[in-house]
Ligand binder design. Structure first.
Ligand SMILES: Nc1ncnc2c1ncn2[C@@H]1O[C@H](COP(=O)(O)OP(=O)(O)OP(=O)(O)O)[C@@H](O)[C@H]1O
Length: 297
């Protein structure tokens, strides 16, 4: 769907993107991750043709990006941009028309989405009279109303309470099920775990990792197991620091070069192994680890 190759961008003396390659397949939710100032917004702005790269290419559906492609893209920027004095309905019609919908098609779509997100009764309110979350819903509709095939969402959950965040999350998954490709830029790692199929992480202008969530997690697993032993038949070594949970003695053990089965059979000598599970790092742990590691470079 989206193929980025050797993208470079600098602002005055600051290199914001360095030789970034990115491949976003059709129909996935793709997490674009990275600490503040990494270069994510710069990359998103280039894809949206708000700014131009210094070098490198961006292709959409196999063709070099052109101004016409803007209609295929829906972009929810982090700094939201609604006209405060305009009414919800008029604003949505205006944005839909900008994205190429006919007036009648725009009306059908806007009605559909206002009803779907349960905000039809606000259609004649001015944006300045809405709460932050309400305005966020309007902005979300303005991003998807023209049925883009590529949706770019920068911190889409900010400003939403948990119930509305859940509604937006489900809408994103529904759009994905209908074939929309979604790029999600967020610092909320729990949303990444829930929503993303693939991720890429940018740090200090460079892509430092990418892959499916499963691949990324596999590559960072510390090879440590959580263990629980009930009814011990002998004393457990003190260096394992076992703690009694009420049912079993629990502790963590590194594989130390052994195969998991070997470690398991050794543990069975000590009693009933009721827990033997590899510790899989969360995306949050991987993110923090990667950013800290590159801080020392
Ligand atoms: N118009 C600009 N002029 C000069 N420097 C800029 C400009 N826009 C961004 N930068 C710098 O480029 C770097 C990358 O910024 P960018 O906004 O792309 O980061 P980001 O990953 O989106 O960060 P955040 O998570 O904080 O939104 C930062 O150091 C930023 O200060």
């Amino acid at each position: 769907m989206l193929q980025i190759a050797q993208l470079n961008k600098s602002y005055e003396n600051h290199q914001a993107l360095t030789e970034v390659d990115l491949f976003v397949p059709k129909g996935v939710v793709f997490g674009l991750l990275g600490p503040n100032g990494a270069g994510k917004t710069t990359l998103i702005r280039i894809v949206n043709q708000i700014i131009e790269q210094d070098s490198g290419s961006v292709e959409l559906d196999g063709k070099v990006l052109s101004p016409d492609d803007i209609r295929k893209i829906g972009y929810l920027p982090e700094e939201r941009g609604l006209y405060k004095k305009m009414k919800v309905w008029d604003q949505l019609v205006y944005f839909s028309r900008l994205k190429g919908l006919s007036e009648s098609e725009a009306k059908i779509q806007i009605k559909h989405w206002l009803e779907k997100l349960d905000i039809a009764t606000w259609k004649d309110k001015k944006i300045e009279d809405l709460s932050k979350g309400m305005a966020q819903k309007v902005q979300f509709i303005s991003t998807i109303v023209h049925r883009p095939s590529l949706l770019i969402l920068d911190e889409p959950f900010s400003g939403f309470d948990p119930v509305n965040a859940e509604i937006i999350k489900n809408e994103i998954l529904e759009l994905k099920a209908k074939g929309t490709t979604v790029i999600l830029s967020t610092h909320r790692m729990e949303s990444v775990e829930l929503l993303c199929d693939q991720v890429a992480m940018i740090n200090k202008s460079r892509k430092i990792l990418d892959g499916t969530i499963r691949e990324v997690k596999r590559s960072f697993r510390p090879e440590v197991f959580q263990v629980g032993i009930a009814n011990p038949t002998q004393d457990l070594p003190k260096e394992w620091v076992p703690k009694f949970s009420g049912d079993a003695w629990e502790f963590t053990l590194p594989l130390s070069g052994k195969a998991p089965n070997q470690l398991l059979s050794e543990l069975m000598e000590y009693g009933d192994v009721v827990l033997f599970r590899e510790q899989i790092p969360s995306m949050e742990e991987i993110f923090i680890h990667q950013v800290k590691a590159s801080a020392h470079e």
